[in-house]
Design a protein around this ligand. Sequence first.
Ligand code: MV4
Length: 456
Amino acid sequence: MFGRILIANRGEIAQRVIRTCRELGIETVAVYSEADADALYLRQADETICIGPAQSAKSYLNIPAIISAAEVADVDAIHPGYGFLSENEHFAEVCNSCNITFIGPDPESVAAVGNKARARAMAVEADVPVVPGSDGPVQDERTALEVAQRLGYPVMIKASSGGGGRGMRIARNDPSLVSGFHAARAEAEAAFGDPTVYLEKFVENPRHIEVQLLGDKHGNVIHLFERDCSVQRRHQKLIEEAPSPSLTPELRKRMGEAAVRLAKHAKYHNAGTCEFLLDRKGNFYFIEVNARIQVEHTVTEMVTGVDLVREQILVAAGEKLSYRQEDIRIQGHCIEVRINAEDPEKDFQPSPGLIQMYAPPGGPGIRVDSHAYSGYRIPPNYDSMIGKLLAHRSNRDAAIATMLRALDEYVIVGPKTTIPLLSKVLDHAEFRTSRHDTGFVERFLSAHPSAKHKQP
Ligand code: MV4
C-alpha cells in the first residue's frame, strides 16, 4: 500500500481525499496556489507545497510544478481529484515514467474514453446501446448530409474530443447541418486542437443517468447503480440523486450490466462512470465515459455505504476490489445539491469574496462536504462550488423534506449563493413528482426571469 499520496487538487475534493487517506494511514501532501494559502485542506494535510500563482495554468495544471513537488515530497502516488489534470493522458504518462502511481486509469484508457467517437465504437463492440449515429467520425459535408438523411432530423453534431457539452450543435434541417458541421469543427479545433466530429440522432428532452463503476487491475468490474443528474443548467449539474426515480428495477439492472460490459471491454480500472440518456419510452443510450472520481460520487457513497475514494486508492495500489457485485445494495434515497457562490439573479455570475459567517446545517440524514468556513475568502480564480449538501433518507419524499429543511438552516453570509434557487427547484411540482428532464431548469428560469428568491 502507498505510504504517501500527493493530491493534485484543491477545495472540497482535496479534503475528501485527505479524509480517506487518514483512515487508511496514508500520509498526505497537499499542493496549493498562492490564492489558496488560507485553504482549509492545507490544515488537514501532513505536508503542504506551494506550486505557483493563482492562475490554474501556472499551478493546478502545471505538470512540471506538480511532479517536482511529488519528487521533493517523495510520494508514491498522485490523486488528481476531478477537473484539472484528472483526465489528462499526458499527465498520467508523466506520473508513470517518474515511478509515481497515477490514481486513475492507464494513460491508454484515459485517451480511449476521452475520445467520444472511440468510446462510442467501443460501446458498440461491447453490445451497449448507443444513440443511432454515424459510423465513426464524419470527415466532410457530403457525408454529414448522407448520415443525417439516414437518421432523420433533428441530429446532433458532436466533437470527438469534446465533453460536457462543448463543441456540440443541434441541426434540424440540411442548411443548419452544413453550418453546424463547420461551426462545430472550428470550435472543436480551437478548444481541443482536434476538429473531428461525429453525428447522432438528437434525443429530445432526455433524462441524464450515469452508472458508477469500479474496476481493479485484475479485470474485476462492478457497478454501484446509477445517479440521476437531470437537473442541470448549461451542462452544469445543480442536483443529483440516487436511485433514479425514472428507472424500473429491470432497466436499472440492464443499464448496470451494460456499463460493466463496456468497462470490461475497455480493460478499465479506477472509479469511473458511464453516462446514458434515457428517453420517455424507457430506451437508454450510452453517450460518454468519465474516467475520474466525480463531484457527485458522494450520492452513491450514501446509498451504497461504499467509500469510493478508498476503493480508488486500493485498486491503484494493485489490490482487488473489496466488494463483489452481489455485495452492493441501495439503501434509501439520497439527494445532493451543489452550493455555488453565484448569483442566479444575475445569470449565475460568480460571487467570490469574503464569507463573513458560515454555519452549515446538520442533524439526521445530512452530510456536508465543503471547504468553506467563517472568514474564508473565496478566490475568483476557480470554479464557484463552495460545497455539496446531501440528504439521505429512507425514501425520496423524505430526502426532499430533509434537504429543504437543511437549505433553510444553511447560513452563508457574504457571497450570493444558489441556495434560494435550489429550494425553489426542489419544491417545484415537476421535480417533486420526478416528471422533469434535462431541460427543466432552463424552462423554469425562463418562466421566472425576475423571480425574487427568498433570502435565508
Ligand atoms: C445528447 C443529447 C441528445 N441527443 N446527445 C450534453 C453534454 C454531453 N454529455 C452530451 N449531451 C447531450 N447529448 C444526443 N444524441 C442531449 C444532450 C444534452 C444533455 C445531456 C445530459 C444532460 C443535460 C443535457 C442538456 C442538454 C443536452
